[in-house]
Design a protein around this ligand. Sequence first.
Ligand code: DQA
Length: 144
Amino acid sequence: MKVLVLNGPNLDRLDIRDSSIYGDMSYSQLVSHIENGAKQNGFVADVRQSADEATLVGWLHEAADTNTPVIFNPAAFTHYSYALRDAAELVKAPLIEVHLSNPLSREEFRHTSVISGVANGTIGGFGPNSYILALIALKALIGK
Ligand code: DQA
């Protein structure tokens, strides 16, 4: 089964972001990590990244129209994008919010997620393994 793994702004620049927060995997290494984890859990991951809110909205519409499960790291959009929240709400297959870091242990503006209320659950703070834990949760939700 296919899973759409959607990543928001600046996640493509993990190589130059603060490694004490985001770890030392580059974005391309993260993509391979997710693809391998997906395979091990019986999924094929279609991993995408965009800094453009409209593009992310379009990909969520695609997931809604094709009933495809989603693992979603909205990055900074997590904290304020009502457009992404409304689009995520349209996805009827499971949608899991993930974060590399634990936003709740960081600055106060990161303590709010406008996405969590329309996600099946949220996993954060485990670095690249947040995505693997989300795949395991997804597998259980889908009942494979
Ligand atoms: C993030 C956390 C967000 O607060 C931040 O804006 C990001 C990445 C994470 O994966 O830890 O860009 O979503």
